[in-house]
Write a protein that binds this ligand. Structure first.
Ligand SMILES: NC(=O)c1ccc[n+]([C@@H]2O[C@H](COP(=O)([O-])OP(=O)(O)OC[C@H]3O[C@@H](n4cnc5c(N)ncnc54)[C@H](O)[C@@H]3O)[C@@H](O)[C@H]2O)c1
Length: 312
């Protein structure tokens, strides 16, 4: 194959596979080119599914060149794995791969119809980028954020003149595997933008739910306090981390325990979400655990850094 499928698989590859859904026949309301902003674990997964399942050309932007290279290597390893398992032919994998281009320059988004932003969970960073996206993209382009918890209305306010076209499109991790997209209209989001966003999510093989624009929406309003409480249980010595994880995994039939899940999500992302819940809802029950803060300070942010509650 033209691309380097023979490269060593990234450590994340063992948990992901591309899966070839058939693209939906749903009309995409003129969405022909997708831009993905941020090539971390979520942005990479979103780009891959947009290219492989909805079969749209994708321009993947990250300011960090090393992250872009790492992401594309990871994409190659996922495609290689799907060829090996008979889920994709070599030709299909090559087509998918050829649909994804990379850039470090937002000016290259001048031709996209739909942007999905997946940069770090930082309100100030997202505001700056949506201000810039409103300038760099065509006037008709929809600007979606994959934020886990930040107000869509607030993000939209930064995209001056484009508020009606800003929406939350919250994918789950890992994107190629997880079937849900939570969709969050902001105060100004138009019904047409909501419809197009749902149709794109369906074309990407996903099932949609809609949430009000409240801190954490539905998924993280419920999930993050659970993870935070598991970290508090560990730091106060209620049980070992292994026993906390095994209790919840086997005791409540979860695919993985809360501390393992926190490592997969990224402890920096977990902390950022808890801060949004705590600040916006003002209830001490959402206070991030001291240990979570310390681990992020230490750079032990989970699987993506090689160390979190467990070592990878
Ligand atoms: N990790 C999860 O389980 C999960 C699930 C759903 C949603 N999310 C959300 O998705 C978003 C991304 O999370 P992630 O886990 O992929 O994080 P990540 O740390 O893996 O990736 C973030 C990426 O953003 C890039 N970035 C930072 N500043 C940038 C800029 N100015 N321009 C372009 N790129 C920039 C970084 O280089 C990095 O590649 C966050 O908003 C997060 O809350 C995460």
């Amino acid at each position: 194959m033209a691309f380097a499928l023979a490269r060593a698989a990234s450590s994340r590859a063992s948990h992901w596979s591309v899966k070839s859904f058939h693209s939906s026949s749903t009309s995409l309301h003129g969405v022909k080119h997708v831009g993905v902003l941020g090539a971390g674990q979520m942005g990479l997964g979103i780009a891959l599914v947009a290219a492989n399942v909805s079969k749209l050309p994708v321009l993947l932007l990250d300011t960090n060149e090393a992250q872009l290279n790492k992401g594309m290597k990871f994409m190659d390893s996922l495609l290689k794995k799907d060829i090996a398992k008979g889920r994709l032919t070599e030709a299909q994998a090559e087509e998918t791969r050829s649909r994804v281009k990379t850039t470090q320059n937002m000016a290259d988004f001048s031709n996209v119809d739909f942007v999905i932003e997946a940069v770090s969970e930082n309100p100030a960073l997202k505001a700056t980028l949506f201000r810039d996206l409103a300038q760099a993209t065509p006037k008709h382009a929809i600007l979606a954020s994959n934020t886990s918890s930040i107000s869509i209305t607030k993000i939209a306010a930064a995209a001056k003149g484009r508020e009606e076209q800003v929406i939350g499109m919250h994918f789950m991790n890992p994107v190629p595997v997880m079937k849900l997209v939570e969709i969050i209209p902001g105060l100004a989001t138009s019904n047409e933008v909501l419809r197009t966003t749902k149709d794109l999510a369906v074309a990407m093989g996903k099932t949609c739910t809609v949430s009000q624009d409240v801190p954490g929406f539905v998924a993280n309003r419920l999930l993050m306090p659970y993870i935070n409480e598991a970290i508090i249980a560990y730091e106060t010595g209620i049980a070992t981390k292994e026993d906390i994880d095994t209790t919840m995994k086997l005791g409540t039939n979860m695919p993985m325990g809360p501390l393992t899940l926190a490592d997969f999500i990224g402890l920096d992302t977990c902390l950022a979400i808890m801060k949004v819940l705590h600040e916006q809802l003002g209830d001490t029950k959402y206070r991030p655990s001291v240990l979570l803060n310390k681990m992020v300070d230490a750079g032990w942010v989970g699987k993506k850094s090689g160390r979190g509650f467990y070592v990878y």
